[in-house]
Ligand binder design. Structure first.
Ligand code: G1P
Length: 297
């Protein structure tokens, strides 16, 4: 029997400089896509996949993120008194069971691999663990991590989410060297972080991982990789070199890079159009504004 994946690591220590000045006083994970902070999308996706314990790797200036998960008893009693049951229910859906979240600090920004390594003491030695990068918001049904957990049930090993990107963009991602293409699932023969030239394929790693326990152990080497940072990609590549199984899943769904302004805007449009309470008015507005721009050209 495979051990169930019940824990997820959320590296949320990044400074969010691409969203300055907004991120001067709020963590980027609290920035809202319509009416929910980015972190809520990640948590909902994790929960849908059966994750029950959440490890946040934070840094200075992230206290608003920790507060977000506290029960807001004043707000709850106010809503109860006013009979706002729908809002009350929505708020309750964001509540976390006491003890379900743990926070560890990453004291220096040494890279994604280092951030994941900071969580090592909270993960059992023989336990596979999920990692979710909140910048990557994925619209998919079932949600991406659930698709991965289902695929991982058959494959075991380590699994990363992957999608095709244009060659010119491969330098922004971890890129897979495909050993065997089985359709939705690929067996990975190597991985390169942000290749400057000659990417091994067009399959980019997207921010969802299920890591075998050995990957966490590989991180103990704390070896510098691309950009002088300790890379998660390298720790996974070490597992491949040691003959262990690593797979990529071409997930079904649309991914938005909410770490970039353009990606955040695109996500806002797509999620807005997907919302029953907004889509009518919003699509009319989009249609009109695009038509007006075209006419002016
Ligand atoms: C990180 C990973 C990279 C992955 C990307 C997905 O890079 O290091 O392998 O492809 O996330 O979003 P970052 O975007 O944090 O530089």
């Amino acid at each position: 029997m495979r051990r169930k994946v019940t824990r997820a690591i959320f590296p949320v220590a990044g400074l969010g400089t691409r969203f300055l000045p907004a991120t001067k006083s709020i963590p980027k994970e609290i920035m809202t896509l319509i009416d929910r902070p980015l972190i809520q999308y990640a948590i909902d996706e994790a929960r849908a996949a059966g994750i029950t314990e959440f490890v946040f790797v934070t840094s200075r200036g992230k206290s608003a993120l920790e507060d977000y998960f506290d029960h807001s008893s004043e707000l709850e009693s106010l809503l109860r008194r006013r009979g706002k049951n729908d809002l009350l229910e929505m708020l309750r859906a964001t509540d976390m069971e006491s003890g379900a979240i743990a926070y560890v600090r990453q004291h220096q920004a040494l890279g994604l691999g280092h951030a994941v390594w900071c969580a090592r003491r909270l993960i059992a030695d023989d336990e596979p663990v999920a990692v979710i990068l909140t910048d990557d918001v994925i619209m998919g049904e079932p949600p991406c991590l659930q698709q991965m957990i289902e695929a991982h049930h058959d494959t075991g090993g380590t699994m990363v989410a992957t999608m095709e990107v244009p060659t010119a963009q491969t330098q922004n991602y971890g890129v897979l060297d495909v050993a065997e293409d089985m359709g939705a699932v690929v067996r990975v023969g190597g991985m390169v972080e942000k290749p400057k030239s000659d990417p091994p394929s067009n399959l980019a790693v997207i921010g969802r991982y299920i890591l075998a326990p050995t990957v966490l152990r590989n991180l103990n080497a704390l070896r510098e990789g691309a950009g002088g940072e300790i890379q998660l990609t390298d720790a996974i590549a070490d597992d491949i070199a040691a003959g262990r199984d690593v797979f990529g899943l071409r997930f079904r769904g649309q991914r938005f890079d909410c770490g970039s302004k353009a990606g955040f805007l695109q996500a806002t449009v797509a999620f807005g159009l997907a919302r029953d309470d907004l889509s009518g008015e919003f699509s009319e507005f989009l249609h009109d504004i695009v038509a007006a721009r075209r006419a002016a050209e």
